[in-house]
Design a binder for this molecule. Structure first.
Ligand SMILES: NC(=O)c1ccc[n+]([C@@H]2O[C@H](COP(=O)([O-])OP(=O)(O)OC[C@H]3O[C@@H](n4cnc5c(N)ncnc54)[C@H](OP(=O)(O)O)[C@@H]3O)[C@@H](O)[C@H]2O)c1
Length: 262
């Protein structure tokens, strides 16, 4: 399906791995020229080369930490007028006991998961309004909607982000600029594979057995973890020309682990 965004430009922050990389690939497959960022150079360059080879679009990699002023400036210098902004980062650390979260961890989580996307949105949204087209998608977490002690740093910061994006979305949609969020549950990314591989080592099991246990414990109706490409496709759909009437939504993608009709 032609998403109607061929030739547009996008910034995808956190795009060398996992869902960010799949979002970058899906947008590139739709004909969007992309600027992708991450901190680690080798993995970013490999992702850029792979996406350019597979799709033929223009791919600009920027090695930068998007939670810093300097990093954000470098990314915006490489792509000052994006039509599309997609933001993500690595999952913040697990927090088995909310009382042991340090102030340093709070500040770091706020910088990367809340203040970085807020500042990026602020930097690009006026230009999108002037040009009459803009799509902004944050890849956040289902823990923003369904609180869990283990995911306090991830959930609380993203709950603030989706509240913020909902408010800004109402102001800018009249200019054909939309802001929406994706709230993923469990996906087969490097972070999850590391966590469950370590658990398998401790328990004398395999990664597949740990996934299966997790699926049972958390009652995931789909009976599997998600594929990051499924998030990539949803990002591309929300960035399409046809998604101009989807405003400030937060779409849960968790295989049915959480349940609510609205
Ligand atoms: N995986 C899951 O099952 C799961 C579940 C619920 C929610 N989520 C959420 O989904 C999002 C994506 O997770 P993921 O598993 O796809 O992550 P991932 O595989 O770890 O990929 C994260 C990407 O972001 C980059 N990144 C991290 N911090 C950055 C920074 N400060 N500046 C620039 N780039 C940065 C990483 O590269 P560098 O490290 O090289 O910078 C990498 O490219 C996260 O927000 C996570 O909380 C994931």
């Amino acid at each position: 399906m032609d998403l109607g965004i061929k030739g547009r430009t996008a910034i995808i922050n956190g795009a060398s791995a996992g869902m960010g990389k799949q979002a970058a690939l899906a947008l590139a497959q739709a004909g969007v020229d992309i600027c992708i960022s991450a901190r680690g150079e080798a993995r970013l360059m490999a992702a850029a080369e792979e996406i350019a080879r597979l799709t033929g679009v223009c791919v600009t990699p920027v090695v930068a930490d998007h939670s810093t002023d300097q990093g954000r400036a470098a990314i915006l210098a490489a792509c000052p007028k994006p039509d599309i902004l997609v933001g993500t980062c690595s999952p913040p650390p697990m927090t088995p006991d909310y009382r042991s979260i340090s102030m340093e961890q709070w500040h770091s989580a706020l910088d990367i998961s809340l203040l970085s996307p807020v500042q990026f949105i602020h930097a690009v949204v006026d230009g999108m309004c002037t040009r009459g087209f803009g799509r902004i998608v944050n890849i956040a977490t289902v823990a923003a909607k369904y609180p869990l002690e283990l995911r306090v740093l991830s959930g609380a910061t993203r709950a603030a982000l989706i509240n913020y994006t909902g408010a800004v979305a109402l102001r800018v949609v009249q200019h054909n600029v939309t802001l929406n969020n994706i709230l993923p549950g469990m996906f087969h990314t490097a972070f999850v594979e590391d966590q469950l591989t370590a658990r398998a080592r401790d328990n004398g099991t395999s990664y597949a057995e740990e996934v299966s246990r997790f699926v049972d414990t958390w009652n995931i109706a789909a009976k599997r973890f998600g594929d990051p490409a499924e998030v990539g496709a949803m990002v591309a759909m929300l960035c399409s020309q046809f998604a101009g009437y989807i405003v400030g939504q937060s779409i849960v993608m968790d295989g049915g682990a959480t349940r609510s009709t609205f």
